[in-house]
Design a protein around this ligand. Structure first.
Ligand code: ADP
Length: 326
């Protein structure tokens, strides 16, 4: 496929992530700098289907690099799962003459983009915007660093009160299918244990190590559990209370605070680099890929491959958790 892209659309889709605004800004400003017309599409694929599409100027993205959320809003869109829905979306893009798309979202959004680009002659470039960091083909995703730092800040605060009362807190962080937020924030806050969906939880072992530490009067304050872990924070707290009755246990679910807030420097930086690279891809006819960063270099993965893989949890990290909390 060799063709000239002149008008591009940008949208944010699926779960929101801090840093999406920085990515939008980079796409819009790079596009305009390179002589393209840039269109904002509201609420992900829903805006494509509803025709909620508007021309963006350089000023449209002024003063947003530091803001969480997404100025283009995001959504999950059922109609886009159907070929009829995608055809309506295509017709709406054509009305504006849009002949290239940048999709900022997670693996679901990439799946949609992949199917769309196979059915219609509009090349798509994905930018990984998800707090979960669960996409292979990039070392980092936009929003992960901010979410982890928010979790760390919150866990540090919980630890202060836990310590004052000699309590054990089971802290649930986000990650329905992915334990990266739990793993990173748990190590960074000195958690006793980190339970994640990618590994089967050995509950007897959790109890055994707690009892052993209890026996030698080592204070244990924090266990970090990812949302999608098999037991879940509440069930885990019940089991520990039953098995170690003199240990006071509390549950703290961090929830949506992890999605919001001003993006960290790191997230702003990768969002800016990736946004710039997305426009370059469209201009260089490097179509239907998603942009990642591996070993600090821009990396491109075909959209159809990007959606199939998941990153593996490094087992050495789990060993570090055990050793550092002993
Ligand atoms: P995320 O991008 O954060 O993983 P979702 O999995 O909810 O979020 O996907 C976002 C949107 O992408 C969906 O609501 C849908 O519009 C579109 N999408 C996801 N998977 C597909 C698919 N297989 N076919 C068409 N569209 C899809």
């Amino acid at each position: 496929m060799n063709r000239k892209v002149t008008k591009i659309g940008v949208l944010t889709s699926g779960g929101d992530a801090p840093g999406m605004n920085a990515a939008i800004r980079a796409v819009v400003r790079t596009g305009i700098y390179k002589g393209l017309e840039v269109y904002g599409i509201m609420r992900g694929y829903s805006g494509m289907i509803d025709g909620d599409i508007f021309k963006m100027e350089s000023q449209s993205v002024a003063n947003i690099i530091q803001r969480g959320g997404t100025v283009l809003k995001t959504a999950r869109c059922k109609e886009f799962f159907t070929s009829e829905g995608r055809k309506i979306a295509y017709d709406n893009l054509k009305k504006h003459g849009i002949n290239g798309l940048v999709i900022i979202g997670g693996d679901g959004s990439f799946r949609g983009a992949n199917i769309f680009s196979q059915e219609h002659d509009i090349p798509c470039i994905g930018l990984p915007g998800t707090i979960d960091k669960d996409i292979a083909g990039t070392d980092f995703t936009i929003g992960f660093d901010t979410a982890v730092n928010t979790a760390v800040e919150a866990i540090d605060k919980v630890r202060d009160t836990a310590d004052a009362h000699d309590r054990l807190f089971i802290i649930e962080v986000m990650g329905r299918d992915s334990g990266y937020i739990a793993l990173h924030s748990g190590i960074a806050t000195g958690a006793e244990n980190i339970l994640i969906p990618e590994r089967k939880t050995d509950i007897e072992n959790v109890i055994k190590t707690l009892l052993e530490k209890h026996g030698r009067k080592k204070l244990v304050n924090i266990i970090v559990v990812a949302e999608g872990e098999e037991f879940g924070a509440t069930e885990l707290s019940k089991i520990i209370t039953e098995r170690i009755p003199d240990q006071e246990v509390r549950v703290c679910i961090l929830g949506h605070i992890q999605r919001g807030g001003s993006p960290t420097c790191f997230d702003r930086l990768i969002a800016s680099r990736m946004g710039y690279a997305a426009v370059e891809c469209l201009l260089e006819n490097r179509f239907n890929v998603f942009v990642g960063i591996i070993n600090n270099k821009t990396h491109y993965t075909p959209l159809d491959l990007a959606v199939k893989k998941k990153q593996k949890i490094n087992e050495e990290w789990m060993k570090i958790v055990r050793i550092l909390s002993s």
